[in-house]
Design a protein around this ligand. Structure first.
Ligand SMILES: Nc1nc2c(ncn2[C@@H]2O[C@H](COP(=O)(O)OP(=O)(O)O)[C@@H](O)[C@H]2O)c(=O)[nH]1
Ligand SMILES: [Mg+2]
Length: 413
């Protein structure tokens, strides 16, 4: 087979036009930067199988947000791949203007963006860690995701039921945080008991592990989240088997009313102030408007609607990009006349590992990669022009792929 063919990106038979099954390849689950990577990589969707879960109290706008995500994905389905893996799991394209700019230059037969998976997790209530309101089931669902999108209600509306009294974003966040911390405390305590016994006779490693567990325990007891404990890579690897909920990266959606969607309001401001020290991102948006935009099938209607609301793009785009970053994902491109395509890898991956996302053979038989930086490709306008200008680099096995690299792999099989 002629693997050198520039336009040949997908090995035959590996890329059905629509994929609603979920083949999982063995992945590099040993990346300690991502202890909760479940070892699953959704090869056919290129989404890596990493999921972000939408979490929050009941009636804050989680499902509205999820509907916006899945409707926008459905709207794209005529061009792209979409499927709902399960009723509450959706795949959505990652909006990236770079792929559009590459496509303008290359004029491929088609353009394939990369995707991420979003899960709608039912509402948690106070007492969830003790099993209230199917709490244990929902907490187990959170255990399975790789990052948390925490939706917080920042709108007033008497018609929409709320058990916790007046709108209180910081209080709401604390309720959820507390439930997650209590669940983590359970997990840590169980392991701590075992570790204490083992450490009496154990080696240095066991003793070190005991110390980490004690630190986690004390931290959680103070009502803090593990992600703020400043654990080293090694520390995190040692507790990776616990899949701690409060270790997962988080971003917040402040679901505000329509008049505040550009400016925010006192509620979203309070939330921002409260999470400032966490360094977490807060995205201010109106989930209902997003759902309406996403459900509009006619692109002209959509454009008109957004113009009316003075929106340059759906806030959903911003959220998806932020989630992608939160998952520590990055993108490289392949750019041939057949297709211009975005591929997802984890930060810190080397060229052969990045090649494996296209096909495992690409990794096994990896020889070298031809790499053009995205800016160079845009500046010179084509691969040939980049080559002439000396901007096409030949990189080997140790090359750390950079976000935006335009890559072409050479390999043997
Ligand atoms: N006024 C207002 N209502 C909203 C907004 N977002 C969602 N809702 C409504 O709040 C109710 C609960 O929303 P839902 O998304 O089902 O909440 P979930 O329980 O968190 O999944 C629904 O009636 C939504 O239409 C918003 O931004 N403003
Ligand atoms: Mg819901």
């Amino acid at each position: 087979m002629n693997w050198e063919d520039r336009n040949f990106i997908h090995p035959p038979g590996r890329m059905p036009p629509y994929w609603c099954h979920r083949p999982v390849a063995s992945a590099s689950a040993d990346d300690p930067g991502f202890p909760y990577l479940r070892g699953a990589k959704n090869v056919n969707t290129g989404s890596m199988g990493l999921q972000a879960g939408i979490v929050g109290l009941p009636n804050v706008g989680k499902s509205t947000l999820f509907n916006a995500v899945s409707s926008s994905a459905k709207a794209q389905a005529s061009n792209y791949r979409f499927c709902t893996i399960e009723p509450n799991v959706g795949l959505v394209n990652v909006p990236d203007e770079r792929i559009d700019k590459l496509a303008e230059l290359v004029k491929p037969n088609r353009t394939v963006p990369t995707q991420i998976e979003i899960v709608d997790i039912a509402g948690l209530v106070k007492g969830a860690s003790k099993g209230e309101g199917l709490g244990n089931k929902f907490l187990a669902n959170i255990r399975e995701v790789d990052a948390i999108v925490h939706v917080i209600r920042c709108f007033e509306d008497e018609n929409i039921l709320r058990d916790e009294g007046p709108i209180n974003p910081v209080g709401d966040k604390d309720i959820i945080d507390t439930e997650l911390q209590l669940k983590d405390l359970d997990s840590v305590e169980k392991k701590l008991q075992r570790a204490e016994k083992m450490a009496k006779t154990g080696d240095a490693k066991t003793k070190a592990e005991l110390e980490i567990l004690k630190r986690c325990h004390a931290h959680l007891e103070q009502g803090k989240n593990i992600r703020e404990l400043g654990l080293s890579k090694e520390d995190r690897t040692a507790i990776a088997d616990l899949f701690l909920l409060t270790e997962k990266p988080v971003l917040y959606v402040a679901n505000v009313d329509e008049p505040s969607m550009h400016t925010g309001n006192k509620f979203s401001e309070a939330l921002k102030a409260a999470v400032a020290k966490e360094g977490a991102e807060v995205i201010v948006m109106n989930n209902s408007i997003e759902q309406q935009i996403a459900e509009m099938e006619d692109p002209d209607d959509r454009a008109l609607f957004m113009e009316e609301y003075k929106m340059k793009e759906p806030a959903l785009n911003k959220l998806i990009r932020a989630t992608y970053k939160l998952l520590k994902l990055q993108t490289y491109f392949t750019a041939g006349v057949q297709e211009v395509r975005a591929w997802t890898i984890l930060e810190g991956w080397k060229a052969p590992q990045a090649a494996s996302v296209i096909h495992t053979d690409f990794e096994k038989g990896f020889i070298k990669a031809e790499v053009i930086a995205y800016e160079d490709f845009i500046h010179y306008g084509s691969e040939a022009a980049c080559r002439d200008a000396g901007k096409l680099r030949i990189e080997g096995k140790e090359y750390l792929v950079k976000d935006g690299d335009v890559m072409h792999f050479r390999f043997n099989v």
